[in-house]
Ligand binder design. Structure first.
Ligand code: ADP
Length: 170
């Protein structure tokens, strides 16, 4: 099976604005199946983001310190183009709830149309992270709620300073 080969390279693309413990869980669970797992931070101009792509990548690196076969890259093109460029044969995506399904289904099929040789692997989130999203975490942080247990410690710190800076500018 091409998608469970120790010699295969997998990409895990997303906005990661910011990375949450749900993302970290997916990365940790899957990294060992592959020669390398590359977390690809999408530099998508269409989405307005709290953290810059470079900040998001740095937070991922800090949050994953010690995971040897995991690498982080920023890319501002199609995931399949990046996957082809580095010889990756797998795209990993996480599924939290039924609400994610249609979007992930459409994207997996679009990617298959664009690059039939690349397989999308959908992984179910652990139940304890099934309600965690980058968007809700930002909302909680903005209104002063605790994000402990939802994001890695470096992200919690970065959120606190971003929110403080944002509020100073209002
Ligand atoms: P995108 O903007 O492409 O949806 P995200 O950064 O929100 O990117 O998510 C990247 C991937 O991680 C997606 O497949 C998403 O479904 C998955 N994901 C998001 N939150 C979680 C979570 N709490 N647990 C597991 N997977 C998640």
């Amino acid at each position: 099976m091409a998608y469970l080969q120790k010699q295969a390279i997998a990409v895990y693309p997303g906005s990661f604005d910011p990375i949450t413990l749900g993302h970290v869980d997916i990365i940790k669970r899957l990294a060992d199946f592959y020669k390398e797992l590359v977390v690809v931070v999408a530099n998508s101009p269409a989405k307005s983001q709290l953290f810059t792509p470079t900040e998001r990548a740095a937070l991922i690196e800090k949050s994953l310190a010690g995971n040897k076969n995991v690498r982080v890259e920023v890319f501002d093109g199609l995931t399949v183009d990046y996957a082809r460029k580095i010889g990756a044969s797998i795209i990993i995506r996480g599924l939290r709830a039924v609400a994610d399904f249609e979007y992930e289904f459409a994207m997996a099929n679009m990617n298959r149309k664009l690059a039939p040789e690349i397989e999308t692997m959908i992984v179910f989130t652990r139940p304890e992270y099934s309600f965690v999203s980058s968007r809700t975490v930002k909302e909680v942080a903005f209104f002063g709620g605790s994000v402990e247990g939802l994001v890695p410690a470096p992200v919690a710190e970065a959120l606190t300073s971003k929110v403080k800076a944002a509020k100073e500018n209002i």
